[in-house]
Design a protein around this ligand. Sequence first.
Ligand SMILES: Cc1ncc(COP(=O)(O)O)c(C=O)c1O
Length: 366
Amino acid sequence: METSAPLASFTVIPNRRAVADEDRAALMEAPVFGKVFTDHMARVSWRDGEGWRDRRIVPLAPLALHPGAAVLHYAQQVFEGLKAYRHEDGSVWLFRPEANAARMADSARRMALPELDEGDFIAALESLVTADQAWVPEEPGASLYLRPVMIATEASLLVQPANEVEFLVTASPVGAYMSGGDAGVSIWVSRSYHRAIAGGTGEAKTAGNYAASMAPQAEAKAHGCQQVLFLDAKKNKFIEELGGMNVVVVRADGSVVTPRLTGTILPGVTRDSILTLLRDSGRSVQERDIPLAEILAGVESGEIVEVFACGTAAVVTPIARLVSDDFDLAVQGPEGESVAAEMLAGLTDIQYGRAEDPHGWMHRVV
Ligand SMILES: Cc1ncc(COP(=O)(O)O)c(C=O)c1O
Protein backbone atom coordinates (compact mmCIF):
# COMPACT_ATOMS: atom_id res chain seq x y z
CA MET A 1 0.00 0.00 0.00
CA GLU A 2 1.05 3.56 -0.66
CA THR A 3 1.77 5.67 2.37
CA SER A 4 0.17 9.07 2.32
CA ALA A 5 -0.38 11.50 5.17
CA PRO A 6 -3.79 10.95 6.75
CA LEU A 7 -6.03 14.03 6.75
CA ALA A 8 -3.41 15.83 4.67
CA SER A 9 -4.42 19.44 4.18
CA PHE A 10 -5.58 20.67 0.81
CA THR A 11 -4.18 23.82 -0.77
CA VAL A 12 -7.04 26.07 -1.89
CA ILE A 13 -6.80 28.05 -5.11
CA PRO A 14 -9.98 30.18 -5.04
CA ASN A 15 -12.06 30.57 -8.18
CA ARG A 16 -11.78 34.24 -9.16
CA ARG A 17 -14.68 33.77 -11.53
CA ALA A 18 -17.00 32.21 -8.96
CA VAL A 19 -20.69 32.45 -9.81
CA ALA A 20 -22.27 35.66 -8.44
CA ASP A 21 -24.66 35.28 -5.48
CA GLU A 22 -27.83 36.06 -7.45
CA ASP A 23 -26.85 33.74 -10.32
CA ARG A 24 -26.10 30.94 -7.85
CA ALA A 25 -29.52 31.39 -6.24
CA ALA A 26 -31.16 31.05 -9.69
CA LEU A 27 -29.09 27.94 -10.53
CA MET A 28 -30.05 26.35 -7.22
CA GLU A 29 -33.77 26.97 -7.59
CA ALA A 30 -34.70 23.73 -9.37
CA PRO A 31 -31.46 22.01 -10.33
CA VAL A 32 -31.68 19.02 -12.66
CA PHE A 33 -29.74 16.16 -11.03
CA GLY A 34 -26.03 16.50 -11.74
CA LYS A 35 -26.31 19.33 -14.26
CA VAL A 36 -25.27 22.23 -12.05
CA PHE A 37 -21.74 22.29 -10.64
CA THR A 38 -20.19 24.45 -7.91
CA ASP A 39 -17.21 26.78 -8.30
CA HIS A 40 -14.47 24.34 -7.26
CA MET A 41 -13.29 20.75 -7.47
CA ALA A 42 -10.92 18.71 -5.32
CA ARG A 43 -7.95 17.15 -7.04
CA VAL A 44 -5.15 14.75 -6.01
CA SER A 45 -2.62 13.22 -8.40
CA TRP A 46 -0.91 9.83 -8.27
CA ARG A 47 2.11 8.43 -10.00
CA ASP A 48 3.46 4.90 -9.64
CA GLY A 49 6.41 4.91 -7.26
CA GLU A 50 5.55 8.36 -5.88
CA GLY A 51 2.08 7.84 -4.43
CA TRP A 52 -0.59 10.51 -3.93
CA ARG A 53 0.52 14.15 -4.13
CA ASP A 54 -0.69 17.70 -4.81
CA ARG A 55 -3.82 17.72 -2.68
CA ARG A 56 -5.68 20.80 -3.85
CA ILE A 57 -9.00 22.59 -4.25
CA VAL A 58 -9.00 24.35 -7.60
CA PRO A 59 -11.51 26.28 -9.76
CA LEU A 60 -13.82 23.89 -11.61
CA ALA A 61 -12.49 23.63 -15.16
CA PRO A 62 -12.31 21.13 -18.03
CA LEU A 63 -9.46 18.62 -17.77
CA ALA A 64 -6.56 18.51 -20.20
CA LEU A 65 -6.41 14.80 -21.07
CA HIS A 66 -4.18 13.15 -23.65
CA PRO A 67 -6.38 11.44 -26.27
CA GLY A 68 -4.48 8.26 -25.41
CA ALA A 69 -5.40 8.48 -21.70
CA ALA A 70 -6.16 4.93 -20.57
CA VAL A 71 -9.54 5.83 -19.06
CA LEU A 72 -10.85 6.88 -22.49
CA HIS A 73 -10.03 3.50 -24.01
CA TYR A 74 -10.27 0.89 -21.28
CA ALA A 75 -12.51 2.61 -18.69
CA GLN A 76 -10.03 2.13 -15.86
CA GLN A 77 -12.09 4.23 -13.50
CA VAL A 78 -14.02 4.14 -10.23
CA PHE A 79 -16.38 6.62 -8.64
CA GLU A 80 -18.56 7.34 -5.63
CA GLY A 81 -21.64 9.33 -4.71
CA LEU A 82 -22.67 10.89 -1.39
CA LYS A 83 -24.33 14.03 -0.14
CA ALA A 84 -23.71 17.00 2.18
CA TYR A 85 -26.79 18.11 4.14
CA ARG A 86 -27.51 21.49 5.70
CA HIS A 87 -29.05 21.39 9.16
CA GLU A 88 -31.46 24.00 10.49
CA ASP A 89 -28.70 25.77 12.44
CA GLY A 90 -26.76 26.29 9.19
CA SER A 91 -24.16 23.56 9.86
CA VAL A 92 -23.23 21.16 7.03
CA TRP A 93 -22.77 17.41 7.45
CA LEU A 94 -21.72 14.36 5.43
CA PHE A 95 -23.51 11.00 5.80
CA ARG A 96 -21.22 8.00 6.44
CA PRO A 97 -18.28 9.23 4.30
CA GLU A 98 -16.11 6.42 5.75
CA ALA A 99 -18.42 3.90 4.05
CA ASN A 100 -17.90 5.57 0.67
CA ALA A 101 -14.13 5.75 1.29
CA ALA A 102 -14.06 2.01 2.00
CA ARG A 103 -16.21 1.15 -1.03
CA MET A 104 -14.05 3.30 -3.31
CA ALA A 105 -10.95 1.49 -2.03
CA ASP A 106 -12.67 -1.86 -2.77
CA SER A 107 -13.67 -0.67 -6.25
CA ALA A 108 -10.12 0.63 -6.87
CA ARG A 109 -8.61 -2.76 -5.99
CA ARG A 110 -10.92 -4.48 -8.48
CA MET A 111 -10.02 -2.03 -11.23
CA ALA A 112 -6.26 -2.15 -10.49
CA LEU A 113 -6.24 1.50 -9.42
CA PRO A 114 -4.34 2.84 -6.40
CA GLU A 115 -6.25 3.10 -3.13
CA LEU A 116 -6.80 6.53 -1.63
CA ASP A 117 -6.93 6.24 2.14
CA GLU A 118 -9.92 7.29 4.19
CA GLY A 119 -8.14 10.36 5.59
CA ASP A 120 -7.42 11.79 2.15
CA PHE A 121 -10.87 10.87 0.82
CA ILE A 122 -12.66 12.65 3.67
CA ALA A 123 -10.25 15.61 3.69
CA ALA A 124 -10.97 16.14 -0.03
CA LEU A 125 -14.73 16.18 0.64
CA GLU A 126 -14.41 18.44 3.68
CA SER A 127 -12.15 20.91 1.86
CA LEU A 128 -14.43 21.08 -1.18
CA VAL A 129 -17.64 21.44 0.84
CA THR A 130 -16.00 24.15 2.96
CA ALA A 131 -14.89 26.07 -0.15
CA ASP A 132 -18.34 25.73 -1.75
CA GLN A 133 -20.52 25.87 1.36
CA ALA A 134 -22.73 28.58 -0.15
CA TRP A 135 -23.87 25.92 -2.63
CA VAL A 136 -25.35 23.61 0.03
CA PRO A 137 -29.13 24.09 -0.35
CA GLU A 138 -31.37 24.97 2.59
CA GLU A 139 -34.65 23.51 1.29
CA PRO A 140 -35.83 20.25 2.84
CA GLY A 141 -34.98 17.30 0.62
CA ALA A 142 -32.26 19.21 -1.24
CA SER A 143 -28.54 18.64 -0.69
CA LEU A 144 -25.09 18.98 -2.24
CA TYR A 145 -24.28 15.79 -4.19
CA LEU A 146 -20.58 14.93 -4.11
CA ARG A 147 -19.04 12.89 -6.91
CA PRO A 148 -15.55 11.54 -6.24
CA VAL A 149 -13.99 9.93 -9.32
CA MET A 150 -10.63 8.28 -9.99
CA ILE A 151 -9.38 8.01 -13.57
CA ALA A 152 -6.37 6.47 -15.33
CA THR A 153 -4.70 9.40 -17.12
CA GLU A 154 -1.53 7.76 -18.43
CA ALA A 155 -1.25 8.13 -22.20
CA SER A 156 -0.88 4.47 -23.08
CA LEU A 157 -2.79 2.06 -25.28
CA LEU A 158 -1.31 -0.96 -23.53
CA VAL A 159 -3.99 -2.89 -21.66
CA GLN A 160 -2.32 -2.70 -18.27
CA PRO A 161 -2.82 -0.69 -15.06
CA ALA A 162 -1.97 2.97 -15.68
CA ASN A 163 0.97 4.53 -13.87
CA GLU A 164 -0.70 7.95 -13.68
CA VAL A 165 -4.04 8.54 -12.03
CA GLU A 166 -6.14 11.53 -10.97
CA PHE A 167 -8.66 11.67 -8.13
CA LEU A 168 -11.26 14.41 -8.50
CA VAL A 169 -14.36 15.48 -6.60
CA THR A 170 -17.07 17.68 -8.05
CA ALA A 171 -20.15 18.97 -6.24
CA SER A 172 -23.70 19.59 -7.51
CA PRO A 173 -26.71 21.06 -5.68
CA VAL A 174 -29.60 18.61 -6.13
CA GLY A 175 -33.26 18.10 -5.32
CA ALA A 176 -35.11 14.81 -5.83
CA TYR A 177 -33.64 12.41 -8.43
CA MET A 178 -36.42 10.22 -9.81
CA SER A 179 -39.81 11.62 -10.59
CA GLY A 180 -42.80 9.49 -9.70
CA GLY A 181 -43.15 10.89 -6.20
CA ASP A 182 -45.33 9.21 -3.61
CA ALA A 183 -47.19 7.32 -6.32
CA GLY A 184 -44.00 5.41 -7.08
CA VAL A 185 -42.12 4.48 -10.23
CA SER A 186 -42.65 1.86 -12.92
CA ILE A 187 -39.86 -0.67 -13.29
CA TRP A 188 -38.92 -2.70 -16.36
CA VAL A 189 -37.65 -6.18 -15.49
CA SER A 190 -34.96 -6.95 -18.06
CA ARG A 191 -34.84 -10.59 -19.23
CA SER A 192 -32.35 -10.18 -22.07
CA TYR A 193 -29.75 -7.90 -20.50
CA HIS A 194 -27.75 -8.50 -17.35
CA ARG A 195 -25.81 -6.05 -15.28
CA ALA A 196 -23.14 -8.25 -13.75
CA ILE A 197 -21.65 -11.73 -13.63
CA ALA A 198 -19.85 -13.66 -10.89
CA GLY A 199 -16.22 -12.63 -10.96
CA GLY A 200 -17.05 -9.49 -12.95
CA THR A 201 -17.28 -5.92 -11.73
CA GLY A 202 -20.86 -5.78 -10.38
CA GLU A 203 -19.88 -4.89 -6.84
CA ALA A 204 -17.43 -2.20 -7.96
CA LYS A 205 -18.68 1.30 -8.66
CA THR A 206 -17.06 1.62 -12.05
CA ALA A 207 -18.10 3.30 -15.28
CA GLY A 208 -18.50 0.16 -17.41
CA ASN A 209 -21.38 -1.14 -15.30
CA TYR A 210 -23.30 2.05 -16.01
CA ALA A 211 -22.38 2.19 -19.70
CA ALA A 212 -23.74 -1.36 -20.02
CA SER A 213 -26.98 -0.36 -18.27
CA MET A 214 -27.89 2.33 -20.78
CA ALA A 215 -29.33 0.09 -23.52
CA PRO A 216 -31.58 -1.75 -21.00
CA GLN A 217 -32.48 1.66 -19.52
CA ALA A 218 -33.55 2.79 -22.99
CA GLU A 219 -35.58 -0.43 -23.29
CA ALA A 220 -37.27 0.44 -19.98
CA LYS A 221 -38.12 3.92 -21.24
CA ALA A 222 -39.55 2.51 -24.45
CA HIS A 223 -41.91 0.45 -22.26
CA GLY A 224 -42.97 3.47 -20.21
CA CYS A 225 -40.76 2.65 -17.22
CA GLN A 226 -38.31 4.88 -15.38
CA GLN A 227 -35.77 2.25 -14.30
CA VAL A 228 -34.57 -1.31 -15.01
CA LEU A 229 -34.50 -4.20 -12.56
CA PHE A 230 -31.78 -6.74 -13.37
CA LEU A 231 -31.92 -10.46 -12.73
CA ASP A 232 -28.90 -12.65 -11.96
CA ALA A 233 -26.95 -13.63 -15.07
CA LYS A 234 -26.44 -17.28 -14.16
CA LYS A 235 -30.04 -18.48 -13.80
CA ASN A 236 -31.95 -15.40 -15.00
CA LYS A 237 -34.13 -16.03 -11.97
CA PHE A 238 -33.20 -13.95 -8.91
CA ILE A 239 -33.71 -10.20 -8.62
CA GLU A 240 -30.49 -8.26 -8.13
CA GLU A 241 -30.81 -4.46 -8.26
CA LEU A 242 -31.78 -1.50 -10.39
CA GLY A 243 -29.30 0.36 -12.59
CA GLY A 244 -28.43 2.69 -9.70
CA MET A 245 -30.36 1.53 -6.63
CA ASN A 246 -30.84 -1.48 -4.38
CA VAL A 247 -34.24 -3.14 -3.91
CA VAL A 248 -36.19 -3.97 -0.74
CA VAL A 249 -39.38 -6.06 -0.46
CA VAL A 250 -41.90 -5.81 2.40
CA ARG A 251 -44.16 -8.73 3.25
CA ALA A 252 -47.68 -8.53 4.68
CA ASP A 253 -46.41 -9.82 8.04
CA GLY A 254 -44.10 -6.79 8.29
CA SER A 255 -40.89 -8.69 7.59
CA VAL A 256 -38.47 -7.41 5.01
CA VAL A 257 -36.34 -9.21 2.41
CA THR A 258 -33.62 -7.90 0.13
CA PRO A 259 -31.18 -9.60 -2.24
CA ARG A 260 -28.03 -10.75 -0.44
CA LEU A 261 -24.71 -9.29 -1.51
CA THR A 262 -23.47 -11.92 -3.91
CA GLY A 263 -20.56 -10.03 -5.44
CA THR A 264 -22.66 -8.97 -8.43
CA ILE A 265 -24.60 -6.30 -6.52
CA LEU A 266 -23.35 -2.89 -5.42
CA PRO A 267 -23.30 -2.80 -1.59
CA GLY A 268 -25.33 0.39 -1.14
CA VAL A 269 -24.71 2.64 1.84
CA THR A 270 -28.43 3.48 1.86
CA ARG A 271 -29.28 -0.24 1.75
CA ASP A 272 -27.05 -0.92 4.76
CA SER A 273 -28.45 2.09 6.65
CA ILE A 274 -32.06 1.10 5.98
CA LEU A 275 -31.46 -2.52 7.00
CA THR A 276 -29.92 -1.17 10.23
CA LEU A 277 -32.94 1.10 10.90
CA LEU A 278 -35.34 -1.77 10.14
CA ARG A 279 -33.50 -4.09 12.54
CA ASP A 280 -33.39 -1.28 15.16
CA SER A 281 -37.19 -1.04 14.93
CA GLY A 282 -37.49 -4.77 15.63
CA ARG A 283 -38.42 -5.95 12.15
CA SER A 284 -37.28 -9.27 10.79
CA VAL A 285 -34.82 -8.62 7.94
CA GLN A 286 -33.59 -11.34 5.59
CA GLU A 287 -30.81 -11.01 3.03
CA ARG A 288 -31.19 -13.90 0.59
CA ASP A 289 -31.74 -14.90 -3.03
CA ILE A 290 -35.22 -13.74 -4.11
CA PRO A 291 -36.74 -15.37 -7.21
CA LEU A 292 -38.65 -12.97 -9.47
CA ALA A 293 -41.45 -15.57 -9.44
CA GLU A 294 -41.75 -15.13 -5.65
CA ILE A 295 -42.25 -11.38 -6.10
CA LEU A 296 -44.84 -11.78 -8.85
CA ALA A 297 -46.80 -14.42 -6.92
CA GLY A 298 -46.49 -12.45 -3.66
CA VAL A 299 -47.72 -9.20 -5.18
CA GLU A 300 -50.67 -11.02 -6.79
CA SER A 301 -51.63 -12.86 -3.60
CA GLY A 302 -51.12 -9.83 -1.34
CA GLU A 303 -48.34 -11.53 0.58
CA ILE A 304 -45.94 -8.85 -0.66
CA VAL A 305 -47.26 -5.38 0.07
CA GLU A 306 -44.38 -3.12 -0.92
CA VAL A 307 -41.34 -3.04 -3.13
CA PHE A 308 -39.05 -0.03 -2.94
CA ALA A 309 -35.71 1.14 -4.29
CA CYS A 310 -33.04 2.86 -2.22
CA GLY A 311 -29.84 4.76 -2.96
CA THR A 312 -28.09 8.04 -2.24
CA ALA A 313 -29.55 9.94 -5.17
CA ALA A 314 -33.23 8.98 -4.85
CA VAL A 315 -33.09 8.00 -1.14
CA VAL A 316 -36.22 5.78 -0.94
CA THR A 317 -38.54 5.41 -3.92
CA PRO A 318 -41.65 3.20 -3.91
CA ILE A 319 -42.05 0.87 -6.89
CA ALA A 320 -45.65 1.02 -8.09
CA ARG A 321 -45.50 -1.23 -11.13
CA LEU A 322 -43.39 -4.14 -12.39
CA VAL A 323 -43.39 -4.67 -16.14
CA SER A 324 -41.80 -7.15 -18.54
CA ASP A 325 -42.64 -8.90 -21.82
CA ASP A 326 -45.09 -11.25 -20.09
CA PHE A 327 -46.48 -9.29 -17.13
CA ASP A 328 -47.59 -5.84 -16.03
CA LEU A 329 -48.25 -5.87 -12.33
CA ALA A 330 -49.36 -3.06 -10.01
CA VAL A 331 -47.88 -3.12 -6.51
CA GLN A 332 -50.80 -1.86 -4.42
CA GLY A 333 -48.91 -0.66 -1.36
CA PRO A 334 -50.12 -1.01 2.22
CA GLU A 335 -53.30 0.49 3.67
CA GLY A 336 -51.59 2.65 6.28
CA GLU A 337 -48.14 4.23 6.34
CA SER A 338 -45.71 2.36 4.15
CA VAL A 339 -42.34 1.05 5.28
CA ALA A 340 -40.86 3.07 2.39
CA ALA A 341 -42.32 6.29 3.88
CA GLU A 342 -41.17 5.29 7.36
CA MET A 343 -37.63 4.63 6.09
CA LEU A 344 -37.54 7.83 4.04
CA ALA A 345 -38.53 9.83 7.13
CA GLY A 346 -36.23 7.87 9.48
CA LEU A 347 -33.18 8.25 7.27
CA THR A 348 -33.69 11.87 6.22
CA ASP A 349 -34.49 12.90 9.82
CA ILE A 350 -31.00 11.69 10.76
CA GLN A 351 -29.38 13.21 7.66
CA TYR A 352 -30.97 16.64 8.21
CA GLY A 353 -30.33 16.63 11.97
CA ARG A 354 -34.00 16.35 12.94
CA ALA A 355 -33.46 13.10 14.86
CA GLU A 356 -30.83 11.48 17.05
CA ASP A 357 -27.95 9.79 15.25
CA PRO A 358 -27.55 6.64 17.36
CA HIS A 359 -25.03 5.02 15.00
CA GLY A 360 -22.73 8.06 14.65
CA TRP A 361 -23.36 8.28 10.90
CA MET A 362 -23.17 12.06 10.56
CA HIS A 363 -19.84 13.81 10.04
CA ARG A 364 -19.78 17.59 10.57
CA VAL A 365 -17.92 19.70 8.00
CA VAL A 366 -18.94 23.31 8.60
C1 LIG B 1 -25.80 0.02 -9.10
C2 LIG B 1 -26.12 0.72 -7.83
N1 LIG B 1 -26.75 0.05 -6.86
C3 LIG B 1 -27.04 0.62 -5.68
C4 LIG B 1 -26.70 1.93 -5.42
C5 LIG B 1 -27.02 2.55 -4.09
O1 LIG B 1 -25.85 2.80 -3.36
P1 LIG B 1 -25.78 3.96 -2.30
O2 LIG B 1 -26.90 3.73 -1.35
O3 LIG B 1 -24.45 3.83 -1.65
O4 LIG B 1 -25.95 5.23 -3.03
C6 LIG B 1 -26.06 2.69 -6.41
C7 LIG B 1 -25.71 4.09 -6.18
O5 LIG B 1 -24.61 4.38 -5.84
C8 LIG B 1 -25.73 2.06 -7.63
O6 LIG B 1 -25.10 2.74 -8.59
